[in-house]
Ligand binder design. Structure first.
Ligand code: UT7
Length: 330
């Protein structure tokens, strides 16, 4: 039994924030952001449209149900990969399941930052292969703009909002998840974090004044770790599955920086035509980037296509998943 993605969807907020708008907030230019990061614009969830990551997740699930005819009552588990849940508790998976009628599912969130989607896929794979569960809904996305410091030019051009949804089911055909490598290095707090709001530094006047409820990173350190970790995981996965660059139809990298994506593809021996890239339109939506790429590319994917998904994020968390796509374009 293999776990296979049988439907993919997503949601992106309406408001488009351009580099021109960013350059009115901090000392930067469209040219710098395009050449150093590869982002042209990003989507922002404005209060007037809706609030919370579950606002986007509900839209994504509704779209998925419409596309696939899924009966929400048949979903056994809902996993929500996010760093920006609506509340610390209850979890975002529970809220989304309630609002979309997935009322027979058990629900929990996965905290693995930008690697959240591939971690959730790994968990879903285990549930499906165990034979106990038939349908697992993965939600993955973030409202990163609520934890972005719009006075910090090192971080604010990078992030955007968006959410994906993927239905995972079992199949006895030769499709679905074949292999994966998941890793974590917990000795990285000092390089990438949101300092306050947890149980060590709960919210106070001081944490708010010091802007400690926003993402902070040492960009250069994170960049180097992202390139080497994702490349190593992908190359190891290729080697142990006897895959050459010719066997791979698509690599689906986390969209953090176009230079990181290019370096990883280069290490894998892949040309850019085989790399899914939409960072220019949506920027880094953290856990949302991989499902949003799959959703964008769905019309071009064919049953049996070899895909390698790879991500890196705070933790540090990272990994790579080798899967065969499960269906032809409809
Ligand atoms: O998804 C979570 C994982 N996160 C990542 O993977 C992010 C990884 N890191 C990166 O993508 C890059 O390190 C950044 C995009 C964050 C920064 O790019 P960089 O090429 O590493 O720039 P840098 O930090 O080395 O800064 C180079 C220069 C500095 O100026 P000086 O000190 O050389 O005069 C910065 O102050 O660029 C300056 N700079 C900017 N200039 C214009 C930094 N941000 C900006 C900006 N506009 N927005």
């Amino acid at each position: 039994m293999h776990a296979v993605i049988t439907g993919i969807s997503g949601y992106l907020p309406n408001y488009v924030m351009t580099n021109e708008e960013i350059s009115q907030l901090v000392d930067t230019t469209d040219e710098w952001i395009m050449t150093r990061i590869g982002v042209k614009e990003r989507r922002i969830l404005k209060k007037e449209e809706g609030s919370g990551v579950t606002y986007m997740a509900v839209k994504a699930v509704e779209n998925l149900m419409e596309k696939t005819g899924l009966d929400p009552k048949t979903v056994d588990a809902v996993l929500f990969a996010t760093s920006t849940p609506d509340y610390i508790m209850p979890n975002a998976a529970a809220l989304t399941a309630y609002k979309t009628g997935m009322t027979n599912a058990f629900c929990f969130d996965i905290s693995a930052a930008c690697s959240g989607f591939i971690y959730a896929l790994e968990v879903a794979n285990g549930f499906i292969v165990s034979g106990k569960y038939r349908k697992v809904m993965i939600l993955a996305g973030d409202v990163l703009t609520v934890i972005t410091n719009y006075n910090d030019r090192n971080t604010c051009p990078i992030f955007g909002d968006g959410c994906g949804a993927a239905l995972v089911e079992g199949s006895t055909e030769n499709v679905g998840i074949i292999d994966s490598i998941m890793r974590t290095d917990g000795n990285s707090l000092q390089h990438l974090n949101m300092y306050a709001g947890g149980s060590v530094h709960p919210a106070s006047h001081e944490t708010v004044e010091k802007n400690q409820h926003t993402i902070w990173q040492d960009g250069k350190v994170v960049f180097k770790h992202a390139v080497s970790s994702m490349s190593d995981a992908c190359v190891e996965l290729m080697e142990r599955n006897h895959l050459t660059h010719e066997d791979i139809h698509w690599v689906v990298p986390h969209q953090a920086n176009l230079r990181i994506i290019d370096a990883v593809a280069h290490r894998m021996g892949l040309t850019t035509e085989k790399v899914m890239v939409n960072i220019d339109k949506y920027a880094n939506t953290s856990a949302g980037t991989i499902p949003l790429c799959l959703w964008d590319w769905e019309p071009r994917l064919h049953k049996g296509d070899n895909l390698i998904l790879t991500a890196f994020g705070a933790g540090f968390t990272w990994g790579a998943t080798y899967l065969k796509w499960g269906y032809d374009p409809k």
